[in-house]
Design a protein around this ligand. Sequence first.
Ligand code: MN
Length: 222
Amino acid sequence: MSLREYNRKRHFGVTPEPRGKKKLGREQRRALAFVVHKHQASRLHYDLRLEWRGELLSWAIPKGPSLNPSVKRLAMQVEAHPLDYASFEGTIPEGEYGGGTVMLWDQGTWMPEIENVRDALQAGDLKFALNGKKLKGSWVLVRTRALRGAESGNAWLLIKHRDHYASRAEVTRTMPYSVATRRLLASIARDEGGNVEKAAAGDPKKLMRSLQPKPRDRAAGR
Ligand code: MN
């Protein structure tokens, strides 16, 4: 799960994503960063990234995070990404690895809620707190038995702990905008020369409709 794997999959002459380099010695100086990317690639998913030891540990979550403690969301651990990826938003050219549109869906800081992160990762039970714009409070990532079609050892579940921030609201639906630029996926694709139609498939349909001019409203305003 290393940056070598991250670099191997990409052509940096073609994609605007940052090159993978480790940045050590940051843990003591400031809070640890976390981001969630909303990524419309061949399939829509969310990527949870936690800063740890100079890189971003990464999990791809097909359905995205849920604030409901009774909902477990599959989170496939993927290769670590470079720290600079925490500020990436834009389009990855089609045909490149992860080709599509990437939105900075949430960002903030995280804190381990266990003594030793390395041991927790090894044991497959990482408890942590998020302080983001959308995701807050206590969470756990638990490694689970390999599911059908999944590489063994990479399947985890992301679960919200019961606390003040737990909710039944479907946060992926109620908060669909970029925390960095307030854009929807379609606007990011439009601004950055991506496939707008494909990106729009990841935006809430109701919102997309409300962005279109409504002939009926014009008639009513007569
Ligand atoms: Mn992704």
